[in-house]
Ligand binder design. Structure first.
Ligand SMILES: [Zn+2]
Length: 238
């Protein structure tokens, strides 16, 4: 597997799929990827747990002995506690993705923080990913007191109905490198693209000697983050 250390941007949406370093530098406290030369990839799944879909993801991961991080929605965990338990019992890690998948930019900071707190009644984790990858500065500043915020190095765009399964896989293949945090979606909208791209990703990168591991605060602590951030830009990108 060819590893692109300086991947080329192919089209405008690549800026969302693989945020450029200059943008990452503006968000001082956020984790985008893990700094490593080792062949390790961090698969992440947002929005579950969802019956059948999450269970199938777990089966596929199991075949490849792959571990992953699931950013769960609190109300889904409340509805499907046994699937949530299965995620954990299989050695995966979970993170908080709010209770009701709130959009930070459309929500007051007070309500947003309350929603995260409500999700925390069901999800024990110090990892957080904001729905839609967006939040206000005021929200970010509070969240980092209790959580490691994780965005991504590679967004598969699996939820986009206008891209094919193959395009979705190409998005992953084009930008993935050692330490990449890859986003898939554990939801109905994304399932066709996700299952195809996930399976192919596991096949291709396993053959190339990669391992798939969970994110956790120990690994994240080792991630060197830019010191400076420029608050005015912190929500312009997504
Ligand atoms: Zn989400």
């Amino acid at each position: 597997m060819e590893t692109l250390l300086r991947p080329k941007y192919r089209k405008f949406s690549d800026l969302l799929i693989h945020p450029p370093q200059v943008v990452k530098n503006l968000f001082g406290s956020i984790t985008w990827k893990v700094n490593t030369d080792k062949k390790i990839i961090y698969l992440t799944f947002d929005d579950g747990p969802i019956p059948i879909i999450t269970e199938r993801i777990l089966d596929i991961l199991n075949i490849f002995n792959a571990k992953a991080t699931f950013f769960c929605v609190g109300e889904n965990v409340k509805k499907y506690p046994s699937i949530y338990k299965e995620i954990l019992s299989e050695g995966h890690v979970t993170g908080n993705h709010t209770y009701s998948h709130l959009q930070g930019l459309k929500t007051s900071t007070k309500d947003y923080l309350y929603n995260i707190k409500k999700a925390a009644e069901y999800i024990e984790s110090d990892l957080f990913r904001p729905p839609h990858g967006r939040m206000r500065n005021s929200q970010q500043n509070e969240i980092i007191k209790n959580y490691n915020i994780v965005l991504w190095d590679v967004l598969s765009l699996d939820y986009n109905k206008n891209i094919s399964e193959q395009n979705c896989l190409e998005n992953v293949k084009h930008f993935t490198r050692p330490g990449s945090v890859i986003v898939f979606h554990d939801n109905i909208k994304a399932k066709n693209n996700m299952f195809y791209a996930l399976t192919q990703t596991l096949l291709l990168y396993s053959e190339a000697g990669y391992k798939f591991e969970t994110l956790n605060s120990e690994i994240i602590k080792k991630v060197v983050k830019p010191e400076k951030r420029v608050p005015v830009f912190s929500s312009f990108f997504f």
